[in-house]
Ligand binder design. Structure first.
Ligand SMILES: Nc1ncnc2c1ncn2[C@@H]1O[C@H](COP(=O)(O)OP(=O)(O)OP(=O)(O)O)[C@@H](O)[C@H]1O
Ligand SMILES: C=C(C)CCOP(=O)(O)O
Length: 259
């Protein structure tokens, strides 16, 4: 379809709203089983994305694609590699997942286009991320939906390291001045030490005792990494699950607000 044709009705309230949404790898894949997509969850997520008004940027995580290969090659956000074969292997897995995510979005009627961070982002020696956001911004102007993903990127003095989808969400939200930021994961929000969903998080110290790694192989820090990243954003971000995604798409603020 062309972007003008079957796009959802974005004409009234939403045209100027910019939403940056991450679809967690723990949602769209079966994170415990290498290279396995959760087709039902992906379809449901894509259908929810199709209802979001205004400009939408989608980012997805690594799930059982990127994390599996990154762990196999000993690569993380901090640990780099100069093995070009390892870099291609991690990137190749993420491209396969990206193709599936873009395909599901297109199937749901979204004018999705892939954007691969290996060719658009770098890290300085101190780890600072630089993301070229001009292509995504230009896609939004033309009413396409850019779909980025966690990836392996060149890191000065370290070869290549992993950039998480959560870091990309922060960089894109800043650069595109996003109005709404959502992170859909496998949990309804961030749990406190008693297992209850926390309504609002204002500092990492508030939750340091409760947040931890992922249940599955994950080289970017699981929920703790996510909360740290999202706290660095000026705008509020919301962490929720698939049920919450439908509410978020409809304009609600589900799950945990990270201020
Ligand atoms: N306090 C907490 N509240 C909620 N989830 C937590 C907490 N501590 C650890 N977790 C774990 O964090 C995981 C979610 O983080 P994870 O990085 O796996 O999600 P994701 O972003 O959806 O996946 P990916 O990184 O593959 O994109 C869940 O498996 C959950 O068990
Ligand atoms: C492991 C890779 C390549 C991407 C990690 O992205 P994340 O799942 O958002 O942390």
């Amino acid at each position: 379809m062309t972007p003008e044709q079957d796009a959802p009705d974005r004409s009234e309230a939403g045209l100027e709203t910019t939403t940056v949404l991450k679809l967690g790898g723990s949602v769209v894949t079966q994170k415990g089983t290498p290279e396995t997509i959760d087709a039902g969850a992906l379809e449901r997520a894509a259908e929810a994305v199709a209802t979001i008004p205004g400009r939408v940027v989608v980012v997805h995580g690594g799930g059982s694609f990127g994390h599996h290969y990154a762990a196999e090659h000993g690569v993380s956000s901090a640990e780099g590699t100069h093995d070009d074969g390892a870099i291609r292997s991690i990137h190749g897995a993420m491209k396969r997942l990206n193709e599936a995510v873009v395909g599901a979005l297109v199937e749901a009627g979204v004018s999705a286009l892939p954007v691969h961070p290996l060719s658009a982002a770098t890290r300085a020696a101190d780890g600072t991320l630089r993301l070229e956001t001009t292509p995504a911004a230009a896609m939004l102007e033309e009413r396409f939906v850019p779909v980025l993903h966690g990836d392996t990127i060149v890191h000065a003095d370290a070869g290549a390291t992993i950039v998480s989808g959560d870091e990309l969400v922060v960089a894109l939200s800043r650069a595109l001045d996003a109005d709404r930021v959502g992170v859909c994961s496998s949990v309804p929000g961030v749990y406190d030490a008693d297992g209850d969903v926390i309504e609002r998080i204002g500092s990492f110290d508030d939750v340091a005792d409760a947040v931890g790694a992922s249940d599955s192989t994950d080289v970017t820090g699981g929920m703790a990494g996510k909360v740290r990243e999202l706290l660095s954003l000026d705008a509020s971000a919301y962490v929720f699950d698939l049920d919450g995604l439908e509410a978020f798409a409809g304009g609600g603020d589900p799950g945990t607000e990270i201020e």
